[in-house]
Design a binder for this molecule. Structure first.
Ligand code: PGA
Length: 254
């Protein structure tokens, strides 16, 4: 059984003060929730405060939205895995489509980050997904395979247990247009098949694959009831504590 994992990607939103009041509110809604792993990935500036508030909580894990692949040095503006671990960050989102599109990240660069995150004790949430143009051209499966093979090169089957994949069709991110449960399930099954080729069937069966792209309280339950959808990576709706808590609740016993 794969434990569902619901992650909030706050992107470039939320000050430290907003983080504090969000957490107070959010926690009151998820007090009774069990059996779902919750991850919050705030901007770097709010990580230290959130780490202090969570104090090693088993229920809500801390995530980062990005990191660099060196431990220290002359890399102006970057954050290292060691810095994240010092604050008890457990997950790191890597290869988000905004990183790929706005900041030009390639599979080769993302692969370097994945290979450094894992031995540092950070679990990558590796994002993959096709653009609308690629889907319209019927190339979505090839695109996913290329991204997975490129970003996961050199990852051992044992390490794969600590990897979470987020399937995020680029055309569904922040657009209000989510993939249908069938489209998402089809892509997730393909991702799992590629993971089985990269490792083996039993390893692939254990990897959690999140869906991301306009997940909301209204569509979460149907998406999460698909056999290969093991969670959600939530942007816009995660900024609202009540909405995010409803998505978390939709993952209970799915
Ligand atoms: P969205 O973003 O939920 O606002 O579509 C998802 C993401 O980018 O991870």
């Amino acid at each position: 059984m794969r434990k569902k994992i619901i992650a909030a990607n706050w992107k470039m939103n939320m000050t430290v003060a907003e983080t504090v009041s969000y957490l107070e509110n959010f926690r009151s809604h998820v007090d009774e929730v069990n059996g779902v792993e919750i991850v919050i990935a705030p901007p770097f500036t709010a990580i230290a405060k959130l780490s202090e508030i969570l104090g090693g909580s088993q229920k809500i894990r801390l995530g980062a939205q990005n990191m660099y692949f060196e431990m220290s040095g002359a890399f102006t503006g970057e954050i290292s895995p060691a810095m994240l671990r010092e604050l008890f960050v457990r997950y790191v989102i890597l290869g988000h489509s905004e990183r790929r599109q706005v900041f030009g990240e390639t599979d080769a660069l993302i692969n370097k980050k994945v290979l450094v995150a894992l031995p540092s004790g950070l679990r990558p949430i590796l994002c993959v997904g096709e653009t609308l143009e690629e889907r319209d051209a019927g190339r979505e499966k090839d695109v996913l395979e290329t991204q997975l093979r490129g970003s996961l090169a050199g990852v051992t089957p044992a390490q794969m247990n600590d990897v979470v994949i987020a399937y995020e069709p680029v055309w569904a991110i922040g657009t209000g247009r989510n993939a249908t449960p069938e489209q998402a399930q089809d892509a997730h099954a393909h991702v799992r098949a590629v993971l089985a080729e990269l490792t083996d069937a039993s390893t692939a069966a254990k990897v959690r694959i999140q869906y991301g792209g306009s997940v909301k309280p209204a569509n979460a339950a149907t998406l999460l009831s698909q056999p290969d959808i093991d969670g959600a990576l939530v942007g816009g709706a995660s900024l609202e504590p009540l909405a995010f808590s409803e998505i978390v609740k939709a993952a209970v016993e799915k």
